[in-house]
Design a protein around this ligand. Structure first.
Ligand SMILES: NC(=O)c1ccc[n+]([C@@H]2O[C@H](COP(=O)([O-])OP(=O)(O)OC[C@H]3O[C@@H](n4cnc5c(N)ncnc54)[C@H](O)[C@@H]3O)[C@@H](O)[C@H]2O)c1
Length: 430
């Protein structure tokens, strides 16, 4: 009898490889991939070539997006992996559960409160499981911060000061493609910060109560560039001489992966992966500040900027018995434009504990093999392998998925209205 867990995957773009390569290699004995589903046949063909030529797996069936239900009926998977554009996640998450499947979804679980409520209701109605793949939780230094706090190294957490920096390579990438339209991604406070707000919920063992935020587009976009004296503009980098001297340009014909996944596929859907970050039509922010009160009364001050000289973050946890400071410098990368192992790789890190009445000390964290300091293989094993008992309960479900986006969704509303937003007013958990 074949007792492998059977999967289909929706959205066979850049991120999808993280999942299908894992099933095709390390987790062949416990998991099986049956099909891809996407709006774009060329990208599904690319994924199939990767499966066969790079990972020595077999070719799987392909279904266009409108054939999703037909795919579920024919392939009869146990679970659906959702790695499509954020705006579309809820459709597949809900329909998959209604058709009797569990779900493994990329972050953000979805982009606004209505879609979030629809997902929460569908879980109640169907009794199926949604797993949100928060890979950051699994990075050893992140787990270590949780352990220190849980073990009482600095007492009860009273406040957190968290500054996340996206650099001119990775940060810029959100302004080149679908993310730049807030309807697709919820803006960076949802799309990107869902990782960060999930970590805060996970670290301090609480959830957001009230949120206030400011956010603006102060660097990218045509108007900002014009004000800095830029005179050469272009719509897309590939083949445009005006892009030649722009350090933010990403010509797709200069990279085999980007060409195969996007340039060769765009005749089907017009998806341009290389738009100018200094073009018009950007509706997301690049400069954001957020203030959050948590249900345990802790206060978070958070900032996110997307055009900085290095990538990573600084965080300080203040508690009733001391303070923890953590600095993480990440390797910069372009999604699907470089080595997979570089994605989220660490260049530098430090964790320092300052007890209230004793000498400060450094905490050493051993990093493992694989992405995110060795966190990615543990996450993948949790999903596709035989999960080990986890003291830190890092496997995230739909509730974690919701609580991590609600801070950003509330922040978006606060930016629009100028008012503080109560998270309880956005969705109801039954
Ligand atoms: N956790 C992480 O570190 C991480 C990293 C990168 C991306 N992601 C997530 O993965 C997801 C995909 O991002 P990506 O970088 O691969 O983007 P991408 O643009 O490379 O891929 C998205 C794919 O979705 C397909 N698609 C678009 N509309 C669709 C629809 N209606 N139905 C089915 N498929 C559709 C596109 O054709 C494309 O193949 C996003 O949700 C993103 O947040 C997570």
């Amino acid at each position: 009898m074949n007792d492998k867990k059977k999967y289909v995957l929706v959205g066979s773009g850049g991120r999808a490889e993280f999942f299908y390569s894992a099933i095709a290699t390390s987790f062949r004995d416990t998991s099986e991939l049956l099909a891809f589903c996407d709006t774009n046949q060329t990208r599904m063909e690319y994924a199939n070539r990767q499966l066969t030529d790079r990972y020595g797996y077999r070719r799987v069936a392909t279904y266009k997006a409108e054939q999703f239900e037909e795919m579920i009926a024919k392939e009869r998977p146990d679970a659906v992996i959702v790695t499509s554009v954020d705006r579309t996640h809820h459709t597949y998450i809900i329909r998959a559960m209604e058709l009797g499947c569990d779900v493994v979804t990329e972050k953000p679980m979805t982009v606004d409160e209505k879609k979030c409520q629809d997902i929460l209701d569908a879980v109640e109605r169907t009794g199926r499981n949604v797993r949100v793949t928060f890979n950051y939780r699994y990075a050893p230094h992140h787990t270590k911060a949780r352990e220190l706090i849980e073990d009482g190294a600095i007492g009860k957490i009273t406040s957190v000061h968290f500054e996340w920096l996206l650099n001119t390579q990775h940060g810029a990438d959100y302004f080149r493609r679908w993310h730049r339209d807030k309807r697709n991604s919820g803006g960076l406070l949802v799309h990107k910060s869902t990782h960060h707000f999930d970590l805060v919920n996970f670290w301090i063992g609480s959830e957001p109560d009230t949120v206030f935020a400011f956010g603006d587009l102060l660097f990218y976009g045509k108007e900002n560039a014009e004000q800095r004296g830029v005179t050469k503009f272009y719509d897309r980098a590939t083949g445009n001489p005006n892009a030649k001297d722009d350090p933010f340009a990403l010509p797709l014909d200069g990279n085999d992966n980007l060409k195969a996944l996007y340039l060769d596929a765009e005749h089907e859907d017009g998806y341009q992966r290389d738009q100018s970050v200094f073009g018009d039509g950007i509706s997301i922010e690049d400069t954001m500040g957020v203030l959050v009160r948590y249900k345990n009364n802790a206060i978070l001050t958070y900032s996110l900027n997307a055009y900085l000289p290095w990538e990573g973050y600084r965080i300080a946890f203040n508690g009733t018995k001391g303070r923890i400071e953590m600095t993480i410098v990440e390797q910069s990368y372009v999604n699907s434009g470089g080595e997979k192992s570089e994605e989220g790789a660490l260049k530098d890190r430090s964790i320092t504990v300052f007890p209230m009445f004793a000498a400060p000390y450094e905490v050493d964290v051993e990093e493992g093999e694989g992405g995110h300091g060795g966190g990615d293989p543990v996450l993948l094993n949790d999903i596709f392998g035989v999960p080990a008992e986890d003291r830190f309960k890092r496997a995230a479900n739909h509730i974690d998925g919701a609580k991590s986006i609600l801070t950003g969704i509330a922040a978006n509303r606060s930016i629009r209205t100028g008012q503080a937003v109560r998270v309880d007013e956005l969705v109801k958990f039954r």
